[in-house]
Design a protein around this ligand. Structure first.
Ligand code: NAG
Length: 369
């Protein structure tokens, strides 16, 4: 089976975004394509996602093992970015400790950073379904000095860029809903950042245990996640991302369709021989049970959360080597992923008519912070 059944090491950390969808219609039915104009308005992140100079990505390209100063610095980088650029997103920490085989009896801290943006009229009361966009932010403890540029610094920066890309449209949409008195529909958006799969497990347990008030549409925060999109090992050239699960193949097709349309419109920088997401036409019988990559989504998947795992198979050659660094990232691929995922989130959250904004501000460089 090769890498399809391999298990990624458990010494990892997550960054995720959650977005809520309308609860009155099943997402599959509500799913309407973005217009060409909206696709054309999806911002490029080529400046901020540059591995060497980009204000979002370059500060993450340091060793960031849980419990070390590098990890703390990256947490602050992410938290400061939201506080400064996206102040309407609320940050919640979910901290836990775990012992790992590599560290024996020492308790290692795992911290999930959860950024939530709720519509003004909701209080996270269990009546809104959520789209979770997730990546891990910590890095392997060995080889010493390991950077983990695609694993998963680049996916984290992509998610930060996605949050920037949909933020203004969320505001406009909710303002319009309040004005038209549709607010009772309950739309919400949320974002999360967590630690390794230790962190992921701890978070899944917490969300499973936390009960919403009786009468809510959803029983628990876990139950409210309509789709959990995990980005991993992205940022190298020529990714081949299969569709892993029949239950979320429709969402895979939605993302693949966005890629195809953006390529036709000339909006993507890469010109690969094959699409990043080439399995839209995968037949139902071609999904093998158990044929998935073990990763941070597993604690959520075993609790019944639908998963869209955006991870290439085969893994890029630099995987788990010292070569997984800034020099082995491909800016065009990273930026294309940021556009594809931004469009996917906008489509899911039904932001089409509110996406016509142009990204205004340059993100201030790190030296100005
Ligand atoms: C979790 O840890 C972070 C970093 O040390 C700290 O800032 C935060 O207040 C902690 N949160 C909780 C809920 O303990």
């Amino acid at each position: 089976m090769g890498p399809r059944t391999s298990t990624l090491p458990r010494w990892r950390a997550l960054l995720s975004l959650l977005g809520l969808v309308c609860v009155l219609a099943a997402p599959a039915l509500a799913y309407a394509e973005l217009s060409d104009t909206t696709l054309q308005n999806i911002p490029s992140g080529a400046d901020v996602l540059n591995p060497h100079t980009g204000a979002l990505l370059s500060p993450i390209l340091v060793p960031r093992v849980p419990g070390t100063p590098g990890s703390t610095a990256v947490q602050h980088h992410i938290a400061d970015f939201f506080a400064r650029e996206l102040p309407l997103w609320r940050l919640e920490w979910q901290n836990s400790t775990s012992r790992t085989p590599a560290t024996g009896t020492t308790d290692i801290p795992f911290m999930n950073l959860i950024f939530t943006r709720d519509p003004p009229w909701t209080k996270g009361n269990g009546d809104v379904g959520r789209l979770a966009l997730v990546a891990h932010y910590d890095s392997l403890y060995k080889p010493e000095g390991f950077i983990g540029a695609m694993d998963s610094a680049a996916p984290c920066a992509i998610l930060m860029q996605v949050a920037r890309g949909i933020d203004a449209a969320l505001t406009k949409k909710w303002e319009a809903m309040v004005e038209s008195d549709d607010a009772g529909l309950g739309l919400e958006d949320d974002e999360k950042d967590t630690d390794s799969i230790y962190g992921a497990r701890s978070l899944a347990e917490k969300w499973e245990a936390e009960m919403y008030p009786a009468q809510s549409t959803y029983e628990t925060p876990l139950d409210a996640i309509n789709l959990f999109v995990l980005l991993d090992l992205l940022g190298a050239v020529d990714p081949h991302v299969p569709s892993y699960f029949p239950t979320t193949h429709w969402a895979y097709k939605g993302m693949a369709n966005i890629e195809t349309r953006m390529r036709k419109l000339g909006l993507l920088a890469t010109k690969p021989k094959n699409s990043f997401l080439p399995e839209s036409h995968k037949a139902a019988e071609s999904f093998r049970s158990g044929g998935y990559v073990g990763d941070d989504h597993v604690p959520f998947m075993v609790r019944g959360v639908p998963i869209l795992h955006v991870i290439p198979t085969p893994f890029p050659p630099a995987w788990h080597t010292m070569d997984d660094d800034a020099d082995h990232l491909d800016l065009a691929s990273i930026d294309d992923w940021s556009k594809i995922v931004t469009a996917f989130a906008a489509e899911w959250l039904e932001l089409d008519e509110f996406m016509s904004h142009v990204m205004k501000q340059e993100i201030r460089s790190r030296s100005e912070l």
